[in-house]
Design a protein around this ligand. Structure first.
Ligand code: ADP
Ligand code: MG
Length: 365
């Protein structure tokens, strides 16, 4: 923890700069150093770059030095705790690990209220997406060894599972078989069927986004912030010059460029799911990390990338995964039901988006 903290602060100091950001925006999926920006009026802008939850975390904060440092420290701690104490399926310390170890246990497993409401939201999205979104795909994501592929692919750990293996793993999945019951004392208890494994990879960053807002809000000296967690971007407040936040949407055909920029005012969560984020290519076929629960294989639709714009990070993260699988017709409907805006980049290059998304979208191609 200490090490993480010092590294963050050091980077923050290195990037310290007086003046407000000109065209200061997070580029989705970017793992580069922060963009440089020109100073203008004397407000402080602090930046930090680090890794947490298996992804690059890039933070830009318009704040006093004390507030920025405090926030970086607390945000770093929050992300680590979320991963280590709740979401990781690898670390024995995490709730998901312990839940998975409890599969098949008759008396179930006592979970926290936070985990209960997270899982309830995931089960609701499972139902409303006709099963496309499913956090019980652990047996399948492990079969495909998704977590082991680096961005861009690592062919040596990759092998295509047999149809029989996929069928067997698929039979263990299904959010409709999750049960959350209350004990007499009102405590939530989860019953995970034998062989089932949770994988909350599709909502982790969104959950973290949702939790970062209260940290930002409690610092009166933070005027604005833009935080990128891998493909998920959060905006908060405003910049010193009052201009809108600019969030790039990655071009799946050339990930060093954007298909467009979202111009946003105030607090927003932008979440993207794409087949270019984690994948392996073999014999001309791209195997990526978003699985279709109907087939047990990477979703092979016409969608290359989906971006969701919402006020609720958790929902946005879940919806971007769900809409990737559902495709534009059903995906548009689902996003609208949840009051979210959505943009699809299709495999023929076409861009489809909801009306609300159009009002803040600026084309760059
Ligand atoms: P990322 O987190 O890499 O930006 P997503 O939010 O789309 O991308 O989540 C993908 C992750 O979610 C996968 O790595 C896997 O762990 C898990 N997952 C894959 N397919 C599904 C699905 N159909 N429903 C829910 N989770 C999924
Ligand atoms: Mg997601």
């Amino acid at each position: 923890m200490k090490h993480f903290l010092w590294r963050t602060l050091f980077i923050a100091v290195v990037f310290f700069c007086c003046g407000c950001g000109r065209g200061d925006f997070g580029v989705q999926g970017s793992e580069e150093e922060p963009k440089t920006y020109a100073g203008q009026s004397g407000e402080e802008v602090w930046q930090s770059v680090d890794t947490a939850m298996g992804t690059v975390v890039q933070q830009t904060v318009y704040a006093s030095e004390e507030a920025a440092k405090r926030f970086f420290e607390e945000a770093g701690q929050l992300l680590q705790e979320t991963e280590q104490e709740e979401l990781s399926w690898r670390l024995e310390t995490s709730q998901v690990y312990q839940i998975n170890a409890s599969a098949g246990r008759k008396e179930g497993f006592r979970i926290t209220e936070e985990m209960a409401s997270l899982l309830e939201a995931c089960v609701e999205l499972h139902e409303r997406s006709q099963g496309a979104f499913d956090v019980t795909l652990g047996p399948l994501t492990r079969l495909w060894k998704i977590d082991q592929w680096a961005a861009g692919g690592e062919e040596d750990v990759f092998s295509i599972p047999s149809g029989e293996e996929v069928e067997q793993a698929l039979a263990l999945c299904g959010s409709d078989r999750l049960r959350i019951l209350r004990t007499d004392a009102g405590e939530p208890c989860l019953f995970l069927p034998e062989g089932m494994l949770l994988d909350l990879g599709a909502v982790g960053k969104g959950l973290a986004q949702a939790r970062l807002y209260p940290l930002l809000e409690k610092e009166a000296d933070i005027m604005g912030a833009v935080i990128s967690l891998g493909g998920s971007i959060l905006t908060y407040g405003r910049k010193a010059d009052g201009s809108n936040w600019k969030v790039g949407i990655v071009n799946p055909f050339d990930t060093s460029s954007n298909v467009g920029i979202l111009s946003l005012e105030g607090n927003w969560c932008v979440s993207t799911s794409g087949d270019y984020e984690r994948y392996v290519e073999t014999d001309g076929v791209r195997y990526h990390h978003i699985l279709d629960p109907e087939t047990g294989c990477p979703a092979m639709g016409e969608v290359r990338g989906v971006t969701i714009l919402t006020k609720d990070g958790l929902l946005g993260d879940g919806l971007s995964t769900a809409c990737f699988i559902l495709g534009p017709d059903q995906g548009m409907k689902l996003a609208a039901e949840y009051g979210a805006e959505v943009l699809f980049v299709m495999s023929d290059g076409e861009i489809r988006m909801s009306e609300g998304m159009r009002t803040c979208f600026m084309e760059t191609l």
